[in-house]
Design a protein around this ligand. Structure first.
Ligand code: AR6
Length: 212
């Protein structure tokens, strides 16, 4: 695992609460980790498989009692075997499957998303981050780690996903949890699974004033 210093983080009180790591998310020392799940919540490959393996079969049994989770929404569960580390909870969220051409989400009406320059997938991915952060606030959890949701099996373009992820994490902390003494979460980890992904986030953050 490598801890990567962010550009300008010393001078920016919000940026100093965001870190980028290269790691297996199940090994982190945080209160809650986010799972990039599918709508069944019954496990899969990628980070979902790693989290189910590490949490153990009780997680699957628990999730069978839930009614799944729609794309863009999030649910919180116990962490089962991961509690032996510091991880107390898992937030399962379902990222959008990337499609090159997005259908109009409201047939017969103007496609508002397309007109203002973002796709339905962008909105749904943003919602994953906002929902997970809101659960973290409501459950008073201090530290949360995100994988790069939807950028594996679901094929969301990585540079686009990095902007959405960082932009919404930064925006959420700035607007909804500005005081780390009293607000939750206090710290957000972006957990990458390769150095190349981490480099992309560092670049995205370094150029944030150009695109945010
Ligand atoms: N720790 C951190 N990040 C990881 C890990 C790990 N252990 N393993 C993979 N990644 P993906 P998606 C990264 O495919 O695109 C599953 O089958 C990976 O490199 O896990 O949202 C679900 O059940 C990538 O950057 O999730 C769904 O069916 C990121 O995690 C579907 O895949 C997300 O890749 C969800 O697809």
């Amino acid at each position: 695992m490598s801890d990567i210093p962010l550009p300008q983080s010393e001078n920016d009180p919000v940026l100093s609460r965001i870190e980028v790591l290269v790691a297996d998310i199940t090994t982190l020392n945080v209160d809650v980790i986010v799972n990039a799940a599918n709508e069944s919540l019954l496990g899969g490959s990628g980070v979902d498989g790693a989290i189910h393996n590490a949490a153990g079969p009780e997680l699957l049994e628990h999730n069978k009692t839930l009614d799944g989770c729609k794309t863009g929404l999030a649910v919180i569960t116990p962490s089962f075997n991961l509690a032996s580390r510091s991880i107390k909870h898992i937030i399962h969220t379902v990222g959008p499957i990337w499609r090159e051409v997005t259908d109009n989400p409201l047939p017969g009406q103007p496609n508002v998303n397309a007109k203002i320059g973002y796709t339905l997938e962008d909105t749904l991915l943003a919602s994953c981050y906002m929902q997970a952060l809101t659960l973290t606030t409501n459950h008073k959890l201090e530290t949360i780690a995100f994988p790069s949701i939807a950028t594996g099996v679901y094929n969301f373009p990585k540079p686009r996903a990095a902007k959405i992820a960082f932009g919404h994490i930064f925006g959420y902390l700035s607007n909804y949890a500005p005081n780390p003494e009293t607000d939750f979460p206090k710290k957000v980890t972006i957990c990458c699974f390769s150095q190349a992904d981490a480099d992309l986030y560092i670049q995205t953050i370094a150029t944030k004033d150009d695109w945010m």
